[in-house]
Design a binder for this molecule. Structure first.
Ligand SMILES: [Zn+2]
Ligand SMILES: [Zn+2]
Length: 179
């Protein structure tokens, strides 16, 4: 029989139907892809490159093996230690999408008093925005203008994902056009 042709009657098993175990869960590549927000092809490509399963199943297009774990966070058994400690504290797995924040900004200080569980990425991001504001100007509610870089009361600003003074934006647009 020529190579590459399956024995008759046998269904060709798609690579994406392969089951992978990680984080105490076993799912197909397709299911993992849906869970972490990547395509099944992206996960398959990582596995073909010889990445360990725990790295292949990390969300984020720019993830590379060892990238965050060796620099920013402590890792044990392929998992971020702060997640393991947070799960011990609540006595169950973290809800999907949950992230663990380090209060003092040191990703390797996993003392339970330094950890805050965030229900999702946007809440986690908000904590970072508020911590930066508190450090910079003493008021966690203030936001930084992306044009003049000054912190101010959000009541004086336009706030979306970022914040700016209307007059700073006007000045910026004016300068850009007159160049
Ligand atoms: Zn954080
Ligand atoms: Zn401004």
């Amino acid at each position: 029989m020529p190579k590459g042709i399956p024995a008759s009657g046998k269904r060709v098993i798609k690579v994406t139907a392969k089951r992978l175990s990680h984080d105490g869960k076993t799912m197909t590549v397709d299911e993992w892809a849906a869970a972490i927000g990547l395509t099944a092809n992206a996960i398959s490509a990582r596995l073909r490159k010889g990445w360990p399963v725990c790295d292949a199943l990390q969300p984020g297009r720019n993830w590379a093996p060892g990238r965050v774990f060796t620099t920013k966070y402590e890792v044990s058994g392929g998992r971020e230690v702060q997640r393991i400690i947070a799960e011990k504290a609540i006595g169950k797995p973290l809800p999907s999408g949950a992230e663990v924040h380090h209060v003092d900004g040191n990703g390797r200080n996993n003392d339970p008093s330094n950890l805050v569980i965030c229900q999702d990425k946007s809440y986690h991001r908000l904590l970072h925005v508020r911590t930066a504001a508190l450090d910079a100007c003493g008021n966690a509610n203030y936001r930084k203008c992306i044009y003049c870089q000054q912190y101010d009361d959000p009541a004086n600003m336009r706030v979306n994902r970022s914040a700016h003074h209307v007059q700073c934006k006007t000045a910026y647009e004016y300068n850009r056009r007159s160049k």
